[in-house]
Design a protein around this ligand. Structure first.
Ligand code: HEC
Length: 256
């Protein structure tokens, strides 16, 4: 039998603990939100600068080191109409660092005048960032995925969590946050951000009529292989464009 006084103590203890847990969740959610928006800004910057990435013999310093970060910050401000997030969590620092390192890894390719299309697009860039973070043992993962029926790269196939989230939001795409998920079998927070479908997406994922390689050609000469060498999937502007799936292990968030 618990005495009334003891019950009060337990109740207060319980309230304090739930309050702390709620505060912790708000903090974690803020971090993953910032990470998502920083990544989305870099994605926009990379899409907008496909010409610069693929052109011959140009000054490409905008794509490297601090200049690259500065451009992502500018893109962020324009995109979200707010200041770039504060440098107050290790996860954000490590992400920016990985972004610069991935561009550095691709430097020879980016400056190679013989290769017309360099293949540095948001999907591959996200993949390389995640690979880099994984080799450093950092529990932060960023990937592109879509419903399983038309996946270009099998490595982008959705996992169980992503499949169920997409099923839930496919008819009304919106950001989905889950504070009690798993990553590599460990407790993690996860966020799925749907990608808005735009005419740019269709130049690769759309129909042969959308393919710039077919411009000024007669229909019998059209190809259904896009500039990146993949077969086009015939998506239309009204289709679901998949999304960016970001996961952070809780132990990594708590350590820092
Ligand atoms: C220049 C061609 C190109 C453009 C433009 C492009 N993509 Fe992709 N996309 C690719 C390639 C290539 C892959 C596979 C990358 C890889 O190997 O991981 C891919 C992968 C994806 C994936 C992961 C699932 C899969 O099939 O592998 C999604 C989701 C996706 N793209 C959505 C989009 C959306 C939405 C847009 C427009 C905002 C877009 N893409 C624009 C070429 C493109």
């Amino acid at each position: 039998m618990v005495y009334p006084k003891k019950r009060w103590v337990l109740l207060i203890l319980y309230l304090v603990m739930s309050f702390q847990a709620a505060a912790e969740n708000i903090k974690m959610k803020a971090v993953i939100n910032d990470i998502t928006k920083i990544y989305m800004s870099s994605m926009t910057y990379i899409f907008l600068n496909q010409a610069l990435i693929n052109q011959q013999a140009k000054d490409k310093t905008n794509l490297f080191s601090q200049k690259f970060i500065d451009n992502i910050k500018l893109t962020y401000r324009a995109k979200y109409n707010e200041e770039f997030p504060k440098d107050n969590h290790f996860a954000k620092k490590i992400l920016l660092q990985a972004m610069v390192e991935v561009m550095e890894d691709n430097k020879a390719l980016i400056y190679d005048d013989d290769i017309g299309f360099k293949g540095i697009i948001p999907a591959t860039y996200a993949f390389q960032i995640s690979a880099k973070l994984a080799t450093k043992g950092i529990g932060l993962k960023i990937r592109f995925t879509r419903t399983a029926e038309s996946i270009r790269n099998k490595l982008n196939s959705p996992d169980v969590w992503e499949k169920s989230i997409m099923q839930e939001i496919i008819n009304a795409p919106q950001i989905y946050y889950d504070e009690n998920a798993l990553l590599n079998g460990k407790p993690a927070i996860r966020q799925f951000t749907p990608l808005p479908m735009t005419p740019v997406c269709l130049t690769c994922h759309g129909t042969p009529a959308d393919n710039p390689l077919n411009a000024n050609k007669n229909k019998p000469q059209w190809t259904d292989i896009d500039i990146s060498g993949f077969k086009m999937e015939n998506w239309t502007i009204n289709d679901f464009g998949g999304g960016v799936s970001i996961s952070i292990e809780k132990s990594f968030l708590e350590q820092h």
